[in-house]
Design a protein around this ligand. Structure first.
Ligand code: ADP
Ligand code: MG
Length: 713
């Protein structure tokens, strides 16, 4: 999603053309993603300072957000308290009295330069009482020039995000200059009727309010992003995202797809060959997928289900139906280990169906690879699992009808499109393949709406019968003996264990016990009675595979691994997951790791080994893990702890970086914007009505080539 206003002429003028912006500054701005005048005007203040009321120093009492103006009468290093802590202190006089301001963190030379005696300053911040006298600790300071031009007195003042070497004052000045020159180019986007219906202000007054708030506004509302201007800009940002998604969805639905005939004989045969019965949730989801497969439209369905809920079998059932109808199918996984895993599942469950299947990863080379490629092209190979190797050039299918993408957020929207292209319609088959996207990362509803807003959603919300909730414990180093005793007990009863580390090599700076040396320690404790092996990311694909095979077959009892085991590994006999330095892992990663156990009727355990020196945030994270095994709850917590950007990794997820909207905070507005957008596409699918001309223009600009716009132009 492009930044607001970037492509909206003449706001697309490069930022260098703003008065006061030279090449050096332009370079700094570009680091913040600010390339055009529009980008600059769309910069959102992180907060606002209330400088409407300047107090006389004589009236100053302890309290929040106080502002004074005066002259420096003393400036220099001094010492405070019994410990004689070095601080920097300035004393300001405004004619009614004096007040001290103290700084604990300072660069002496720089401060002496800045705080010259006689210089006029504005100070604002919280005031505390010290020995009955008011004082500022680390106030915001602003040097006041001789001319009133840059004066910020008597106003609500925005505070902008900055980058190194860019100052608040500069930012305020160039935004002012950009505004003065270009504000008349900011045109309304929505019709009056629409704006009224959704309670939106026009963009001009929104930006004015953002950058130059009138002094009768509540600065607190501005800071927390709840002013009318914020509301409108947030709505605008969500609206164009959702509009694009609505359009995409519409386009999927009108494309030709494949109607796969049902084949109950094969379906029932397959069900019977499974060593278990499908859960009700699995049956329901198969039903939903089958309905999509009936219809002559391409399926675009997201399958959400917690780790271990049995998504793979569901995907396999659907793929089998496509294969029975004469098509090819593929399952794309994010890692080689996971691809192997799927390959094993197929081997186990689908062998009896007698069709050719294979695996393609980047470690498969030479003659093997050529054979696979030719079998795919001539259609002999019916089902192929693999990694991103599947979307490379040279991989051609004869008739690809069904695509499963596992753990999709690791691939991102673009790869999703790339694998779809492999099934491009031909004269022989004019339909587009069906796509099933599986994710084990439970995604909060809000994120799902934006990330997957163009998809239909199925959820497996039930674990296979007989699974016992995993018992999770938080241990510290002094519990290590207890940990080993517990592991011993499980191993002795025939179970297996994982021990996971965050890093592979000892770094001198961080005193981390790494997987290599710890696998030695663990071997020292448990061998020769039990076999210990190490698995890490720098091993060759072949070595990883060999070790995974030995672990699966039970020849290895304890697998010491870096986080490569995170995704998808399925060894039902494993009942212990030990996570070393658990405080270093994010919540969803911890949840994924824990999901490697508890995959059978055995009681399983997850032991979080954590440093007692952990941060407040990691304390919260670990607390959540101990408290619940509910993936959706964990996802919500994770979202609120980390914010949506980090939640899925913005880059990979294809999640647009929001400029002003905040998914965790603005759920309500998102819902409204989504409804409005989908309604608009419903009413006017091609945005052809004259009153939607601006909306269409803006949409095209924001999505910049990422929409198939043939359908609206
Ligand atoms: P997911 O991909 O959702 O994490 P998997 O498909 O890997 O889960 O399934 C986890 C394990 O549960 C596998 O060993 C699978 O064979 C098994 N399984 C799947 N469905 C069922 C079921 N209905 N009953 C019992 N076991 C099941
Ligand atoms: Mg899986």
């Amino acid at each position: 999603m492009k930044q607001q206003y970037r492509n909206e002429k003449p706001l697309a003028t490069p930022v260098q053309y703003v008065k006061g912006v030279g090449p050096v500054l332009a370079d700094k701005l570009s680091k913040m993603g600010i390339l055009t005048v529009g980008d600059l005007l769309a910069v959102t203040p992180t907060r606002y300072l209330d400088r409407r009321k300047i107090l006389a120093i004589s009236e100053l009492a302890a309290g929040k957000d106080r502002t004074i103006v005066g002259e420096i009468v003393k400036s220099g290093v001094s010492f405070m308290g019994r410990r004689r802590k070095r601080i920097y202190e300035i004393i300001i006089d405004d004619g009614t009295g004096k007040v001290s301001a103290k700084f604990f963190h300072f660069k002496q030379k720089y401060y002496e330069e800045k705080f010259k005696i006689g210089q006029k300053f504005l100070l604002s911040g919280d005031v505390s009482a010290f020995l009955n006298k008011a004082q500022f600790i680390h106030p915001e300071v602003e040097m006041l020039g001789i001319d009133a031009e840059n004066s910020v007195i008597g106003k609500i003042v925005p505070v902008y995000p900055l980058t190194e070497g860019l100052y608040q004052k500069t930012m305020r000045k160039i935004i002012r200059n950009a505004w003065d020159k270009f504000n008349q180019d900011i045109k309304p986007i929505f019709s009056e009727e629409f704006a009224e219906k959704y309670n939106l202000s026009d963009p001009w007054s929104c930006l004015q309010e953002m950058h130059f708030p009138s002094s009768d506004l509540d600065p607190e509302l501005l800071t927390i992003g709840r002013s009318q201007a914020h509301r409108t800009l947030i709505f605008d940002e969500f609206f164009f995202l959702e509009l694009g998604l609505a359009l995409r969805r519409k386009n999927h639905k009108i494309k030709p797809g494949i109607s796969f005939p049902r084949n109950d004989e094969i379906y029932n045969y397959f069900l019977k060959s499974l060593p278990f019965e499908l859960t009700d949730a699995q049956k329901r989801v198969v039903g939903e997928i089958f309905e999509d497969m009936d219809a002559p439209r391409p399926m675009n369905r997201l399958l959400q289900g917690d780790v271990g809920s049995g998504k793979t079998v569901v995907a396999l059932i659907a793929a089998t139906r496509a294969i029975a109808a004469g098509y090819q199918a593929t399952i794309m996984a994010p890692t080689e280990i996971l691809a192997e895993q799927h390959f094993d599942t197929i081997n186990k469950f689908a062998r009896s169906l007698n069709f050719e299947f294979g695996i393609l990863t980047s470690s498969i080379k030479g003659a093997d690879r050529n054979k696979i490629l030719s079998d795919l092209k001539n259609g002999e190979m019916k089902l192929i699992v693999g990694t991103h190797a599947l979307i490379q050039d040279g991989v051609e299918f004869q008739k690809l009808g069904f695509v499963t993408v596992d753990e999709q957020h690791r691939f991102g929207v673009l790869q999703r499109a790339a694998i779809r292209e492999k099934g491009q319609p031909s004269a022989d088959e004019p339909g587009w393949p069906d796509i099933l996207i599986m994710t084990a990362t439970p995604i909060p509803r809000t994120l799902a709406m934006t990330l997957y807003g163009d998809l239909d959603v199925s959820v497996i919300d039930e674990l296979p019968k007989g699974r016992k909730p995993i018992i999770t414990r938080l241990y510290e180093e002094h519990n290590r003996k207890k940990l080993y005793d517990g592991m011993y007990h499980e191993l002795k009863s025939g179970r297996q264990a994982y021990v996971v580390y965050p890093l592979i090599e000892e770094s001198e700076k961080v005193d981390l016990k790494n997987a290599t040396s710890m696998s030695k320690e663990i071997a020292g404790v448990f061998e020769p009675e039990f076999k210990v092996a190490l698995l890490h990311g720098r091993m060759s694909g072949e070595d990883k595979e060999r070790i995974m095979d030995l672990f699966k077959s039970g020849e290895i009892d304890i697998l010491v691994a870096t986080s490569v085991v995170e995704v998808g590994v399925d060894v039902p006999n494993a009942s212990v997951m030990v996570i070393e330095h658990a405080e270093r892992f994010g919540l969803s990663q911890l949840h994924q790791l824990r999901g490697r156990v508890g995959r059978s009727e055995y009681q399983s355990f997850c032991i979080l080994m954590a440093d007692y020196r952990r941060t407040e945030e990691s304390r919260t994270r670990l607390g959540v893990m101990v408290e619940t095994t509910d993936g959706f709850k964990i996802a919500e917590e994770d979202l609120s702890l980390r914010g949506p950007g980090d939640f899925l990794g913005t880059r990979q997820s294809g999640l647009p970086p929001f400029r002003i909207a905040n998914l965790a905070r603005d759920v309500g507005i998102l819902g409204q914007a989504r409804k409005a957008a989908f309604q608009l596409i419903e009413d006017d699918p091609k945005l052809a009505h004259p009153s939607h001309r601006r909306v269409k223009e803006v949409l095209v600009g924001r999505w910049e080539g990422r929409l198939n716009l043939a359908d609206i132009s």
